[in-house]
Write a new protein. Structure first.
Length: 316
């Protein structure tokens, strides 16, 4: 199926893709569901953001929908780590319950294995300690298919493995899911601004860092090139991450690809506003709105932000 046909068939996707000014209908709310939790808990550094249980996440979505949210990015955090077994029952249960209760929302599911692997990395390693790309792509695409079968509306690969968009598109298409869009983390840097998220998703690497697969912040050519590659491999939406520190790339990526390009206002960016406000250096909502206007000025097609649930009220 042609990517433009996938987008045209769904009003919520058309909202993300249109070239109009940024507003609350073009914002995506991240949510976390943690298998081991007995009751929901707040996320350190991210006011108003929670790690939910399979039950509380439904209540959270209900509140978010009433605040104008139509699109969510789901992060699933299983109880047990494994390099060989996917927690299929947990994934299917959470996605199925959400879509059964809220069929009107668009549910993106982050497609990575850093919350599953015993290493906390986004890949499998071979016996020599190098990335086993073939095995990693196989697992990631199996995950993409699993999410689609469970009822996810779209997948969002965040791992930055070479070739994963093509692998996912082939896996989905060959199993009857040609209509499932791919929102790729197409330009994702190795960054110091992911800290609060890694606590929420239990995804901090146990050793080293992610330099061998995430982008170097100094390299603009690779940053643009990976988005071009993902476009050619079949991505429907592109994304830069972290958002504000990648603001200079949105326009050139759009010019090179002709694709809708969004941004992820990451946990460290969001938390910095919170801590500045806590110390009395700024008004939290005023600072938040200022950043959103910067994303708008840069031509952002859509925005993933932890404050999406506040956006309708702030804009109005």
């Amino acid at each position: 199926m042609d990517r433009y046909l996938r987008i045209k068939q769904n009003q919520l996707l058309r909202n993300l893709a249109d070239s109009g000014s940024l507003h609350y209908k073009k914002m995506i709310q991240p949510i976390f569901c943690v298998e081991s939790l007995i009751e929901k808990e707040s996320v350190k550094g991210l006011p108003g953001v929670f790690r939910d249980t399979e039950t509380s996440i439904l209540h959270q979505i209900d509140a978010d929908v009433s605040n104008g949210i139509t699109q969510f990015l789901l992060f699933l955090v299983p109880q047990k780590k494994s390099d060989s077994v996917l927690p299929i029952d947990f994934y299917q249960s959470v996605i199925g319950k959400i879509k059964k209760e809220y069929s009107q929302i668009f549910l993106w599911v982050d497609t990575c294995i850093c919350s599953i692997t015993t290493t906390g990395h986004c890949c499998h390693f071979d016996d020599t300690g190098k990335i086993d790309l073939s095995r990693t792509l196989q697992t990631l695409s199996q995950l993409a298919l699993l999410y689609a079968e469970a009822g996810a509306d779209g997948i969002a690969p965040s791992d930055m493995m070479d070739g994963r968009v093509k692998s996912h598109r082939n896996k989905l298409d060959s199993n009857g899911f040609q209509n499932i869009p791919i929102m790729s983390y197409s330009t994702k840097f190795k960054s110091n601004f992911y800290g609060p998220f890694r606590g929420a998703a239990e995804s901090a690497p146990n050793f080293g860092d992610r330099s061998s697969y995430q982008l170097d912040v100094r390299d603009i050519d690779s940053a643009i090139g990976t988005s071009i590659r993902d476009t050619e491999e079949g991505a429907d939406f592109l994304m830069v991450k972290p958002g504000l520190t990648s603001i200079d790339l949105i326009s050139p990526i759009k010019e090179k690809t002709g694709m809708p390009v969004g941004a992820y206002q990451v946990s460290g960016e969001y938390a910095s506003l919170h801590y500045l406000a806590q110390e009395g250096f700024l008004d939290f909502e005023a600072g938040l709105l200022e950043t959103w206007n910067i994303f708008r000025r840069a031509g952002t097609s859509f925005l993933i932000t932890y404050a999406a649930r506040q956006a309708k009220r702030i804009f109005e």
